[in-house]
Design a protein around this ligand. Structure first.
Ligand SMILES: *[C@@H]1O[C@H](CO)[C@@H](O)[C@H](O)[C@H]1NC(C)=O
Length: 693
């Protein structure tokens, strides 16, 4: 509510300023002069997002080809300013895919945007955004002057921020054009922005919270012995059981540790306007304004890298004092390179030994300088290297709202491991990924050939991270080479586009098909239904850790064709579907839903989205109302697909609300195939519209 009020307030201020500015300039001569000048319609590319353009109202020319799904659009009729301007124009029907002129007007942010499919463009849902826009045909309004050049909020690298406050408002000089009039709209844009930053909160709004203090731990039992480097506190570790003189490591010379120049890291071009920017809901504020508005020298953070980060550092005895220091130095350099701050990345640190402990959470230190100072003071805990336990701890505790998790930005956990962990990490990492945490592993000085026998979980890095060509893992030969991973690490954790691997609409569900095998369907049509089920299944990423598929067939009776844990590959699921035999009999859809809840979904894993897709060709003999309600209450998202004699109102009862997104009707089995993309799209739209945890 507060957001809405604030935004409304901002637009009232804006209107007032328009009047004021109009008053100042209402000198008739000036107005006439502007009108007489020729109006050039600026041209933009398909990928230009409305948030990048500061002008509150403008006419632009879009090129052809903006229907491409790569130009993301959020909302319907009213679009979040994070959307492609021209993509939204095609979606709204104002433009076709051959381009043309459109009129764009900025309006207030909404508390939610609904995705929809129209004019060949699938728009996505978005929980909320601070600014929106609407698109209409380019009919210039009388009395409104449209800018012949647009004002963009520039997105320079964070290093180039200082002293550029006014840059964003200078009209870009377009070569080869006649001198342009200073239009009223541009003046308004500047004034509005100036006005709104007075409502901005001061930086560092988070109160420091208590960090648990590390305490010395008893000696660990990792087979690898690091006697030479052990701190005096842990000298007893030299007598650890299982210690093997053959795996003793040498002190790797006194080579000076090369400090990387972190501040110069140039981050990938990313859009500033990401969801969850709670602090800035008061209105549309160009980012340069934000970064330099404060008189204090403290940065508000790099807005191009909005992530919530947790670093899990290895504090086990075997790492040794010196390597622990290198690890801290690396952490400090990462903090510096990331440019920590409330509108950019936030970062917390957890140290693990026998048990994990949080040194600081996401709101403890909200700028790089304070973080670096605090990192200096971290002392080693000692003990084992229970990274798996630490990952579970982070999943359960670290990314809570109370710890400063912002909800919108991606959650990222970076695990540093010296050698190998002393417990298993696979299952803990899977659970972390399934709860939306992107896990990175940096394995330093991994086991050499004669050490491999001591590694509890061979290949632990690959088991822990998403299987995407090494994007989520680093293998570093020596602690002295760790600094070389700094720049690639920073680049990857800031790459919001690619941080989608952890949990997507296609890899995180238990999908249960409930298939009508009644006599009215007939053998041929039953094969078509199975093909439809197979085509839907094919769209998902299927494995025991990704999406799983199960199936129930029903008539008067029900039978489990296969449960979620039966098959762990797409090929096996598709093979099993081919072998499903047509049953033939009555149609008790209500009992079938009840059965699916008991026999399929009861065995669904926690954290999995439960999707039921029911296909029927007729009216049920029994009541569907109560079983359907039970499914909805149990969090099973239910899609109902009816063919031929199916009763639409019954489908709507079975389907999850809103029924128009979850129920489908086709008059003929031969047309079923058309609903495959529709259903997948709706599943993904719904998934994307839900807040990440
Ligand atoms: C399934 O997919 C195949 C291959 O794309 C297609 O030919 C067939 O019509 C589809 N059938 C259904 C029922 O979706």
């Amino acid at each position: 509510m507060g957001t809405v009020v604030l935004t409304m307030k901002a637009s009232v201020i804006e209107m007032f300023l328009v009047l004021l500015v109009t008053g100042i300039h209402s000198n008739k001569e000036t107005t006439k002069k502007i009108k007489r000048l020729k109006f050039n319609v600026p041209q933009i590319n398909c990928d230009v997002k409305a948030g990048k353009i500061i002008n509150p109202e403008f006419i632009v020319k879009c090129p052809a080809g903006c229907q491409d799904p790569k130009y993301h659009v959020y909302g319907t009729d009213v679009y979040a300013s994070y959307s492609s301007v021209c993509g939204a124009a095609v979606h709204s029907g104002v433009l076709d895919n051959s381009g043309g002129k459109i009129l764009v007007r900025k309006v207030a942010g909404q508390s939610g945007y609904k995705g929809s499919y129209s004019n060949g463009v699938q728009s996505l849902s978005l929980p909320r955004w601070r600014e929106s826009f609407i698109v209409s045909e380019s009919k210039p309004q009388k009395g409104v002057t449209y800018p012949s050049a647009l004002t963009y909020s520039s997105s320079k690298s964070p290093a180039a921020k200082a002293g550029e406050t006014t840059k964003a408002y200078e009209r870009p000089s377009v070569p080869g054009t006649t001198p342009q009039p200073v239009t009223l709209t541009q003046v308004v844009a500047v004034t509005t922005a100036d006005a709104s930053h007075t409502t901005l909160p001061k930086p560092s709004p988070f109160a420091a919270s208590t960090a648990s203090s590390p305490r010395p731990q008893p000696a660990g039992h990792r087979s690898r012995e690091m006697g030479l480097w052990s701190t005096p506190t842990y000298t007893s570790s030299q007598n650890r059981p299982g210690a093997n003189p053959g795996v003793q490591r040498q002190d790797a010379s006194g080579a000076a540790f090369q400090k990387p120049v972190g501040a110069d890291v140039s981050l990938g071009e990313m859009d500033f306007w990401k969801p969850g920017l709670v602090l800035l809901d008061a209105g549309f504020v160009p980012k340069e304004e934000l970064s330099t508005q404060s008189l204090e020298p403290v940065s508000l953070g790099d807005p191009n890298c909005k992530v919530d980060l947790s670093f899990l550092i290895d504090g086990s005895s075997s790492i040794g004092k010196r390597r622990f220091r290198i690890q801290k130095q690396f952490l400090a350099d990462v903090a510096q390179a990331l440019d920590i701050g409330p509108v950019g990345p936030l970062m917390g640190v957890v140290q693990y030994g026998d048990n994990p402990a949080t040194h600081f959470n996401l709101r403890t230190h909200t700028n790089s300088r304070d973080l670096k100072t605090a990192i200096e003071k971290i002392s080693q805990r000692g003990g084992l290297a229970n990274a798996g336990r630490a990952i579970s701890f982070v999943t359960k505790n670290f990314f809570s709202k109370a710890n400063g998790n912002r909800g919108g930005p991606p959650n990222v956990a970076v695990v540093l491991v010296d050698g190998w962990p002393t417990d298993k990490v696979e299952e803990a990492s899977r659970l972390a990924r399934e709860s939306g945490i992107n896990i990175f592993f940096i394995a330093i000085e991994g086991a050499v050939e004669n050490e491999k026998q001591y590694v509890l979980e061979p290949n632990f890095v690959n088991k822990a991270v998403c299987r995407t060509n090494g994007f989520y893992s680093f293998h570093v030969q020596s602690w002295f080479g760790l600094h070389k991973t700094l720049q690639p690490l920073v680049k990857r954790v800031c790459d919001a586009e690619r941080l989608a691997c952890s949990k997507t609409c296609l890899n995180s569900a238990d999908v249960g098909f409930v298939i009508d095998g009644s006599s009215s369907v007939g053998t041929g049509n039953f094969r078509t239904v199975l093909q439809f089920v197979a085509n839907l299944s094919r769209e998902f990423e299927i494995s025991d850790t990704d999406t799983r598929v199960g199936a129930v067939q029903y008539t008067y009776e029900q039978r489990l064709e296969f449960g979620f844990d039966r098959y762990s590959s797409k090929a096996d699921v598709l093979g099993a579907l081919k072998r499903v035999g047509y049953w033939s009999g009555g149609t008790s859809t209500g009992a079938a839903i009840h059965y699916a809840l008991e026999q399929l979904f009861k065995k669904s894993k926690p954290n999995k989205r439960k999707l039921m897709i029911l296909i029927t060709d007729g009216r049920s003999y029994d009541d569907v109302r109560i079983p359907a309600l039970a499914a909805h209450l149990k969090g099973v998202i239910t899609y109902a697909v009816g063919v031929a004699w199916a009763a639409q109102e019954e489908l709507e009862v079975i389907a999850t609300h809103p029924a128009r997104d979850h129920s489908f009707f086709v008059d003929d089995f031969d047309n079923l195939y058309q609903y495959v993309p529709r259903i997948i799209q709706n599943i993904c739209t719904e998934f994307n519209s839900q807040p990440r945890n």
